[in-house]
Design a protein around this ligand. Structure first.
Ligand code: ZN
Length: 164
């Protein structure tokens, strides 16, 4: 029995290390990083608690879905990796799918879920941040920005993880 318990602890440690590797990889080589010249909306997101900054640019398809999404920014590994993973996941998704993913991701990093929904794919590597409330803001920053982009539909906006 005891050996079994130790074995499962080792496995969960390995998974956490694997998750960290994915996060580090995305923070060092962020995907969809750069300018989007013909963007419909640009949202600047700030997380003053950590000093993270995200500039998100979105282009919509005729149905309101995310035809293209890119970002630039700087900050901690969690915020940059979260933005990179998010853009990979949301690019090409319909408006409804984006809203659904936003809800699922928020639950993932704030609620006690024993098994994260498979639909989240690689985003599940962020699950560990829920143990650290300050990190939750880092992980949510790009999602706050995309939420604002959907609401706004055109023009420029700013969002912050801190209340006014
Ligand atoms: Zn941060």
């Amino acid at each position: 029995m005891r050996e079994n318990r130790i074995a499962s602890e080792v496995v969960s440690m390995e998974i956490e290390e694997l998750y960290q590797e994915v996060i580090l990889d995305h923070s060092r080589r962020p995907r969809n990083f750069g300018e989007l010249p013909d963007a419909a909306v640009r949202v600047r997101g700030d997380n003053p608690a950590c000093g993270d900054e995200i500039h998100l640019a979105v282009k919509f398809d005729p149905g309101g879905g995310l035809e293209d999404i890119k970002f630039t920014g700087r900050g901690c590994a969690i915020s940059q990796a979260s933005a990179s993973l998010m853009t990979m996941k949301l690019k090409g998704k319909s408006r409804a799918e984006v809203i659904e993913m936003l809800r699922a991701f928020h639950d993932l990093v704030t609620e006690e879920i024993s098994e994260a929904p498979k639909t989240l794919g690689d985003l599940r590597v962020m699950q560990g941040v829920r143990k650290f409330p300050q990190r939750v803001k880092c992980a949510m920053l790009p999602w706050r920005a995309v939420e604002q982009a959907l609401e706004q539909r055109a023009g420029e906006a700013t969002v912050s993880t801190e209340p006014d």
